[in-house]
Design a protein. Structure first.
Length: 256
């Protein structure tokens, strides 16, 4: 039963009205603040997506050299399109569990030793579970000095669901420092590179393994729905406040 249907109830006292007003103001201000924060977050996310898209589609630039490693940050460098030159150490490659649109299998992560002696881990691409190291049918990788282009990625920490197990050489994330330690590598860059797909790697239904160019770049952007939700809640609080105020005035007219 609404207050309007309770003509015998006296108006609220000043303390009750003050508490209701305070509650309404706090809720309204809080919801507006949260909605406004989401407006800024929406702008930030759109700017981030635009920056990353520009990096991905830019022409390859030289990968960060040893002197740049200490200042490398994900915000300014991840997903940059980079170029490398060096020699693959296929005998030190690591298979990292992966799930892609092609099925379940592995990322083939291989050290690339550059002319200055530094090492960059290169994710040469995805292979199915019956590839090298499982059935013994390992395709020979590129020999000698090679040019590599791809997307710079920052080292991935261990997965909280399935932990890397270096002792068993079982990997679920591309943990650069962990893989380097396991393989006894030194002077290793703090990032890895997802190699681009090789030209003609998919032709007439036949794929070349490892299959590169499968980096998934996805930034969830729900900020618009969040800001609408917070502002709607603020409007609901405002509407409730107007209703209570009008109802209180009605009670005071009937109970002078």
């Amino acid at each position: 039963m609404s207050v309007a249907e309770e003509p015998g109830r006296p108006p609220r006292g000043p303390v009750a009205l003050a508490l209701l007003t305070l509650l309404g103001v706090v809720l309204f201000a809080g919801f507006v603040a949260l909605g406004t924060w989401q407006v800024y977050r929406l702008g930030w996310k759109r700017e981030l997506i635009a920056r990353v898209d520009a990096r991905v589609h830019a022409l390859p630039s030289p990968a960060p050299a040893r002197a740049q490693w200490p200042d490398l940050m994900a915000q300014s460098s991840e997903y940059s399109h980079v170029a490398l030159r060096g020699t693959f150490a296929h005998d030190q490659q690591t298979l990292v569990w992966a799930s892609t649109d092609l099925g379940s299998g592995y990322w083939v992560v291989t050290p690339l030793r550059q002319a200055d002696g530094s090492v960059v881990l290169v994710n040469r691409g995805f292979v199915l579970t019956d590839w090298c190291g499982i059935s013994g049918r390992c395709e020979r990788g590129p020999q000698g000095e090679v040019d590599v282009t791809g997307l710079l990625r920052m080292s991935e920490p261990g997965n909280f669901i399935r932990h890397n197990d270096p002792a068993r050489d079982s990997w679920y994330t591309r943990d650069v420092s962990g893989i380097a330690a396991k393989r006894g590598l030194t002077d290793v860059a703090p990032y890895f590179v997802d190699e681009d797909a090789a030209p003609g790697s998919v032709a007439a239904g036949q794929r070349t393994w490892p299959q590169g160019g499968l980096t998934v770049i996805a930034f969830p952007n729900n900020h618009l729905s969040y800001l609408i939700t917070w502002y709607v809640l603020a409007l609901m609080v405002l509407a409730a406040g107007v209703y209570v105020a009008r109802d209180e005035m009605r009670l005071r007219r009937h109970n002078p």
